[in-house]
Design a protein around this ligand. Structure first.
Ligand code: SF4
Length: 367
């Protein structure tokens, strides 16, 4: 079975019972369910260039054979004529690598208002270590948006909402962010003849990551103005409710600041996605991490439109967290136990009355 978007790009396929998921940049992940120590576990592997070429070859011959047998139907023509390698190269000429998205934003149209992370010093995170932080000028952003819309073409029909990347786009200075959102809102609200592939409502609603420490001076009034310009959800990597664990992660801020920020965002009518990591801080801080994180989450005014994502810590061997042995590493099983313990302490009503609480496997991300 193969799935293509309406521009003819292969998106996913199953071969010999193994699911493959392809990103616009040409990356293909292989997802295998295998029995683990306690239950089924999801194995994730990135295909090598050789495997990728072979795999795409199979997909294309399957596609061409199916197209011929079906009498060469027009809707499949784009998929048959598309060169996936050239298409991926074109994507990479318009976007810098899209490193990660929140779990409910995988279908967004990603637009890069900034590149990299304005902080970039967390001990566990290597996403942007080799990429200097940069804010795109309005002229560059305009060009990026037009090229992105043209690239997506008919594939835009599948997209929902816009995600402003990279790491902390929502922490840009107030005037810059307000101007960028106003322009984008106007641009997408009034489609041009060349925009035949999307309805304005498909791309309504802007979302972004936000750290918990760089917008402390932004007023409720400003958050409301941003919401009026379409900013309708923000995703906060809170990671932990323990300030001691936060120090191990070298992430500025505190649980109290995170709580205050979430309160402001909710008062402004902005939906909130909270991301916490289980397994950080090692065994010595495990109990404190679970207890204080559950306490913090339970204090947040989250409701049915919000989300709590529990991400099991995936230590990067090249990160300061590992290289400087900042804490003993916990295995996946211990991370999962922490996730269970955290869930069991949450006091929210079950969704749809309360927020969605979900597992967030960052290894499965591909854009
Ligand atoms: S975790 Fe977020 S704030 Fe920290 S370095 Fe990574 S992208 Fe930047």
């Amino acid at each position: 079975m193969c799935a293509f978007d309406l521009a003819g790009r292969p998106v996913s396929w199953t071969r010999h019972g193994v699911i493959h998921r392809r990103g616009l940049d040409g990356t293909v992940l292989e997802l295998v369910r295998k029995p683990g120590r306690e239950a089924w576990e999801q194995g994730v592997r990135r295909l090598t260039p050789e495997e990728l070429a072979a795999c795409l070859g199979h997909v294309r011959s399957f596609l061409k054979e199916g197209w011929r047998l079906l009498g060469k139907p027009e809707p499949l023509r784009r998929a048959v004529e598309l060169d996936p390698n050239q298409d991926a190269a074109r994507f990479r000429s318009i976007w810098s690598p899209v490193m990660i998205l929140p779990p409910d934003q995988y279908r967004s149209l990603v637009l890069q208002l900034t590149e990299g992370c304005s902080y970039n010093l967390c001990s566990f995170c290597t996403f942007y270590k080799k990429r200097p932080y940069r804010v795109l000028s309005q002229e560059e952003f305009t060009r990026h948006v037009e090229e992105a819309l043209a690239f997506m073409g008919a594939g835009l029909a599948w997209r929902r909402g816009v995600f402003l990347a990279d790491a902390n786009a929502a922490s840009l200075p107030d005037s810059h962010l307000l101007a960028a959102l106003s322009w984008l809102h106007r641009r997408l609200e009034a489609p041009r003849p060349t925009d035949s592939f999307f309805q304005p409502e498909h791309l309504a609603g802007f979302s972004s990551f936000l750290d918990t420490f760089s917008t402390l001076r932004r007023s409720l009034q400003c958050w409301r103005e941003l919401a009026e310009r379409g900013l309708n959800s923000l995703h906060l990597g809170i990671e932990t409710g323990s300030d001691r664990v936060l120090r191990v992660l070298r992430k500025p801020g505190s649980a109290a600041q995170a709580e205050e920020l979430v309160g402001l965002l909710k008062a402004a009518g902005i939906r909130v996605g909270v991301i916490v990591m289980t397994g950080v801080g090692g065994p010595s801080l495990a109990e404190e991490h679970v207890e204080k994180t559950a306490d913090l989450l339970n204090r947040l005014p989250l409701d049915a439109g919000d989300r709590i994502s529990l991400s099991e810590f995936e230590p990067d061997p090249g990160s300061p967290y590992v290289l400087e042995e900042m804490a003993e590493l916990l295995d996946r099983r211990a991370c999962r136990e922490q996730s269970r313990a955290l869930r069991s302490r949450l006091r929210f009503p079950a969704h749809p009355q309360g927020p969605v609480v979900s597992h967030y496997d960052v290894r499965q991300f591909v854009y």
